[in-house]
Design a binder for this molecule. Sequence first.
Ligand code: IPM
Ligand code: MG
Length: 359
Amino acid sequence: MPKKIAVLAGDGIGPEIVAEAIKVLSFLNNDMNLGLVFENALIGGAAYDAFGTPLPQQTLNLCKNADAVLLGAVGGPKWEPLAHAVRPERGLLGIRSELNLFSNLRPAILYPQLVDASTLKPEVVSGLDVMIVRELTGGIYFGQPRGVHVAENGERVGINTKIYSESEIRRIAHSAFKIAQKRHKKLCSVDKANVLEVTELWRQVMTEVGRDYPDVELSHMYVDNAAMQLVRAPKQFDVIVTTNMFGDILSDIAAMLTGSIGMLPSASLDANAKGMYEPIHGSAPDIAGQGTANPLATILSVAMMLRYTFNETAAAERIEQAVNAALDGKVRTADIYSEGMTKVSTSGMGDAVLNALKG
Ligand code: IPM
Ligand code: MG
């Protein structure tokens, strides 16, 4: 049976970075007989322009029938005036929700070659390897009621709801504990339990689930402190588990520790390890079409796909080693450039990874 990958390039730099990831993956597919087949579809603003919706039914069907989804990025200023219901971002949120991709893994690893690209001191970030596990289908991103309405006194009122059921917390907790078991067995659950009842429940359920994982050391931290600790002493963390919105924010912070948000891949998994894989950076409309974007986050997302959905560990490792080799070769896209390096374009970086794979 061929393994089907739905490819959704999306908007902005999405098509440029996805093209490089597909270049790398196609080579491995042939070289290692992985049996992967690719099918493209539209999402986000591109889908809105073509079909009037950011998540057309045929795109959703393709994703449901695929074994994995590779996504570039969605959104851009062109679609900002649109109503929320048809914004490009809704396409992405729709897939996450429709496919039940509740467990979002965002590894922040500092490649030693990029220690000077980080805005933090080398001693603070060198050796950094943190995994953020973000709950992805609940919380304030999806809670009802939501919207903006006019109150009785004529004033406009905006509302979003942060809501988590026990079962939603439990399943992301199990996901995070299992990941911690395979790493350094330290899990920090991030909440705002001093103010928000919903995260008081979060903390209680995390503690309850923790009894099933006596080998993992569980700690709790308030989100404001966690943000501070991530820039003060990020190496204290092994695995962080947190809610949808806190995870959104903390993973951008973690990204910058690694030198550039252009380096961070992600996996969004359902209960059966079916997943969507995407770089955590957005569509970067300011540099779209210039061939300057960093494709490494997308290429590393493909490595995560091989590891988590297809159990092709050897293939995943080959990609990661090739990325390392490309960085050793001193090629850098603009976002990770420093003096003495060779500046390359998006496809130049893709080629460097490909050449390293070819050996
Ligand atoms: C992310 C992004 C998305 C999010 C946006 C594009 C909807 O910021 O994946 O982190 O907020 O989840
Ligand atoms: Mg984000």
